[in-house]
Design a protein around this ligand. Structure first.
Ligand code: HEM
Length: 197
């Protein structure tokens, strides 16, 4: 009983914490505090949080492998859905505010700007993951669920490529994400090889 309420408390705390960046964004938008280029700020901040949540999801297994922490696994689904939530805000910023829902411009952007193509592809791949995140979908898909959800690695790789591609001069920040991602993937690979043996 005590354990159950502790779990619920932790779940709620993580849920509220994950909403803080969105609340902050809303506050800045309402108080016109997004800076000289509000659309760019919205795009950047939602893009950053998408990538951070993706990294967090991918860090859950390495945390178990390296430090023996198994408790974050319980919150994996929620963190993954938050990655999708921020990706949707990011995508809608571009679609509605940046492109003004002008379909010709949207298609042209996806077709002609490689970083948009890659980001769009990453978002498309996230949709089936979010749609099959429930326990029911997990049961229904069986072994295929795990195979499908491995797509999250590809989404993160595409997310980092998208970021690397869009920055013009200072590539330090996307490179930091690239290094973190490489490390997380290597831990994963090393662990599956060890288990295979
Ligand atoms: C999983 C999917 C995605 C991730 C992880 C992601 C991540 C990011 C990141 C980290 C940034 C840069 C933030 C900064 O400079 O601080 C960014 C910028 C941007 N992204 Fe995405 N993104 C994704 C999907 C998309 C999609 C679907 C679109 C539109 C089709 C898109 C359009 C943009 C635009 C327009 C920018 C701003 C570019 C500029 O500075 O001119 N992204 N994204």
């Amino acid at each position: 009983m005590k354990r159950l309420s502790l779990d619920r408390g932790a779940w709620l705390a993580i849920f509220v914490l994950a909403l803080v960046p969105a609340a902050w964004l809303l506050r800045d938008a309402l108080y016109s505090a997004l800076g000289p280029n509000p659309v760019e700020a919205l795009s950047h901040r939602t893009g950053d949080w998408t990538l951070r949540f993706l990294m967090l999801v991918l860090a859950i297994t390495p945390m178990r492998v390296l430090f023996g922490w198994s408790w974050p696994v319980r919150y994996r689904r929620m963190i993954g859905l938050f990655a999708f939530f921020y990706a949707t805000l990011h995508f809608l910023t571009w679609l509605v505010i940046d492109e003004g829902l002008l379909w010709d411009a949207i298609v042209e952007d996806i077709y002609k700007r490689p970083f948009i193509t890659v980001g769009f592809l990453a978002y498309l791949l996230l949709i089936p993951l979010a749609a099959t995140s429930s326990r029911m979908a997990m049961r229904r898909l069986g072994r295929r669920w795990k195979t499908l959800h491995r797509l999250v690695y590809l989404v993160a790789v595409l997310g980092v490529i998208h970021y690397l591609w869009l920055v013009k001069l200072d590539v330090r920040e996307p490179l930091i994400y690239a290094v973190i991602l490489l490390f997380l993937l290597l831990v994963r690979l090393w662990y599956s090889m060890k288990r295979g043996r």
